[in-house]
Design a protein around this ligand. Structure first.
Ligand code: ADP
Ligand code: MG
Length: 662
């Protein structure tokens, strides 16, 4: 019998490891940037082409490597950062596995130029798919430069699996942002296809945060700081009005980016009632956690962003307190009573302790029209050390809503202890509907849990999907119900129609038809061109997709320092705020990484976004418009679903009614 166990060749082992470390061009950028930081660089330049698949170049002015190290750094488990297993517990550097360079060199063409300050000559190493092509002295700048070409060229399955260049570039920029937000004292630049995306001079934290999040977000940021036995948290959170579905948000623990949706919840709890309670709504924030390294576990896979905290619930509660305190200091309720003892000294909780999150009691019987009703009793009291300061700030408007500070709410109550923002999007009373409220509707409908085409025909629903493609359906009556629905009857059946979604669908179909015929949407010139300052990422998207956005009816010029001047918007967008329309479009262009949903193409999604905003900007839809919407909808092929895949209507035939009334 021969032995069956063979030792994997170094080459194969590195390729396998590469599957874990080098998952995409963005992970190469991350690893190389982290190495540059570890090497003490004060300047790091990133240069990518074609989403990193053609070129990733990282230049630093760090400590450089010796002639021998320049080669051995590519060996698996070669690292200058630990030599003893105990070292990993006191780790201050990023990498310690010594895997990144070996993995990258196994799956690309790599060139390294490096020189230490005191060496006269530097070193050049060239490795193609793990094979050494050159190792020689060379004249070069102090520091290190990695040039990675044709990533995954020797593994076609993985090269073909790369996402679009746009998505890969966007992911690279995201990784870049994570590193630059951790190291404000280092100068960073990043170029994409020779176009500069970020140029961030060495600085301190706030200007760096501003450089990444853009001036507009920056203006809304409040300082946050809390420190106690368990954790120190510092950073910035946005005021409630800056909360959006796609706000930039970043968390770092001990200098390392991580993501934890559980902590988002803590932030949302703190904003409770100051912004819509949808879980995708967040203020912009950048938060830095400092915690004893033995109380967290980052040792998942190097490409993962998960971190496990030993005291997860306590950190959650501390974060919520910190955000509340920050809101309170900025005069935004709910307010903390600073006199009633420090809320900051949270005791250490033991595992299994029942930790109660402070909450705000709301009286469900609150009625602003009841004059005998005193507002302070309506609001009730906060738990623990929170005191309600709402009674001072609250004003009751006569329009069926009340407002606290800057936020306004409808006065309905949903049964849990949150006030439910019940918005039709087509509210009669325009004045009572604040910006927050409109956005709530954006929320419910737009984003976009796509459902698959085949889902639409499956399931045993009581009411069948309607095939209305056959011939013209004639409407006998069409009436609004509760401003949100249409009750439509034809000769054969009754339809209950969700008005907002129907109007969205009809506008969407109209725009898609127009695009198919004319290739561009009609533009409407703005009376006063609007200058908008964008985040660097949005600016990048605006410049990269200018052609496509122009065909959708936007006309804008790209100006210095991330500004654009908006001259025209899609004519259909009529009532909508031009800037909002444009920024929502940039958000959607940024947010979507996959197009395999109900809507197939980027174009369709952009049009869905435009028509959504445009249709929801319409108020007081007249009976005539309702009739038009119902007629157009019922006579279109895809009457059943809104562009986000949500059901628009159901129908009842005479049989159905008889069955029910049997
Ligand atoms: P790790 O970072 O886990 O040590 P890497 O494979 O990323 O593993 O890097 C291997 C070694 O190469 C590092 O420990 C370091 O000594 C050296 N090295 C990598 N990049 C640089 C750089 N930009 N400047 C100086 N030395 C570097
Ligand atoms: Mg490394």
């Amino acid at each position: 019998m021969t032995d069956v166990i063979k030792r994997l060749s170094e080459y194969v082992a590195n390729q396998i490891a590469a599957g874990e470390v080098v998952t995409a061009p963005s992970s190469v950028v991350k690893e190389l940037m982290e190495n540059a930081i570890d090497a003490g660089a004060s300047l790091v330049i990133v240069n990518v082409k074609e989403g990193g698949s053609e070129l990733i170049q990282i230049v630093d002015d760090g400590c450089g490597m010796s002639f021998d190290d320049a080669l051995s750094c590519f060996e698996r488990h070669a690292t200058s950062k630990i030599s003893d297993v105990n070292d990993i517990y006191s780790l201050s550097t990023y990498g310690f596995r010594g895997e990144a360079l070996a993995s990258i060199a196994a799956v690309a063409e790599v060139e390294l130029l490096t020189r230490r300050e005191d060496d006269e000559l530097g070193t050049r190493v060239v490795i193609h798919a793990g094979e050494i092509k050159d190792h020689s002295p060379v004249a070069c700048a102090k520091g290190t430069q990695f040039i990675i070409k044709n990533l995954f060229y020797n593994i076609p399955a993985r090269r073909n699996f790369l996402k679009s260049k746009r998505v890969e570039t966007s992911n690279i920029i995201t990784e870049f942002e994570h590193v630059v937000l951790s190291y404000p004292k280092v100068t960073f630049c990043i170029y994409d296809n020779e176009q500069i995306v970020y140029n961030l001079p060495a600085s301190v934290l706030r200007p760096r945060v501003s450089g990444v999040l853009g001036k507009q977000n920056n203006a809304a940021l409040m300082d946050l700081y809390i420190d106690n036995d368990i954790v120190e948290i510092r950073g910035y959170v946005g005021k409630p009005e800056s909360a959006k579905k796609s706000s930039p948000h970043y968390m770092f623990v001990n200098g390392r980016y991580f993501y934890k949706s559980y902590f988002n919840k803590a932030i949302q709890l703190a904003y409770e009632k100051l912004m819509p309670s949808d879980k995708r709504y967040l203020p912009p924030y950048v938060l830095y956690f400092t915690i004893d390294a033995s109380r967290i576990d980052v040792n998942v896979s190097p490409s993962k962003t998960e971190v496990k905290f030993d005291d997860e619930q306590a950190v959650f509660q501390i974060l919520e307190l910190a955000v509340k305190e920050s809101l309170g200091k900025n005069g935004i309720v709910p307010m903390i009573d600073f006199e009633a003892g420090s809320p900051i000294d949270v005791p250490l909780f033991n595992e299994g302790d029942d930790i109660k999150v402070p909450s705000l009691d709301v009286n469900p019987y609150f009625n602003p029209f009841d004059e005998s009703f005193s507002f302070s009793t309506a609001v009730g009291s906060f738990d623990g050390s929170f005191r309600s300061s709402i009674s001072e700030n609250a004003t009751i408007t006569g329009s069926g809503s009340f407002s606290i500070g800057e936020a306004a709410f409808e006065n309905s109550y949903s049964g849990d202890d949150l006030i439910d923002l019940d918005i039709s999007g087509f509210n009669e009373n325009e004045n009572a509907t604040s910006v927050n409220v409109e956005r709530e509707e954006v929320f419910h409908d737009v984003d976009i849990e796509y459902i698959n085409d085949d889902n639409t025909s499956s399931g045993q629903e009581t009411f069948e999907d309607i095939d209305v493609s056959a011939e013209n359906i004639e409407i006998r009556s069409c009436n609004k119900f509760k401003e949100r629905y249409l009750i439509v009857s034809t000769d054969l059946m009754i339809f209950v129609v969700h008005l907002a979604r129907a109007s969205w669908r009809v506008m969407y179909d109209g725009l898609m038809r127009e695009l198919a015929v004319t290739k561009t949407l009609n533009r409407q010139k703005l009376l006063f061109p609007e200058e908008i300052e964008l985040s660097a990422k949005h600016y990048y998207i605006a410049s990269e997709q200018q052609g496509d956005f122009m065909s959708l009816g936007f006309d804008y010029s790209l100006e210095e320092s991330n500004r654009v001047v908006l001259n025209s918007v899609p004519a259909e967008g009529g009532g909508a705020d031009a800037q909002l329309l444009f920024e929502e479009l940039l958000d959607s262009a940024d947010a979507d990484n996959s197009t395999d949903g109900y809507l197939k193409t980027r174009r369709e999604m952009n049009v869905a976004r435009i028509s959504y905003i445009a249709s929801s900007a319409k108020r007081n839809i007249s009976d005539k418009e309702c009739l038009y919407i119902a007629e157009t909808l019922l006579n279109s092929v895809e009457a059943s679903y809104a562009p986000n895949g949500k059901k628009i209507l159901f129908n009842m035939t005479e049989d159905d009614i008889e069955k029910i009334l049997k």
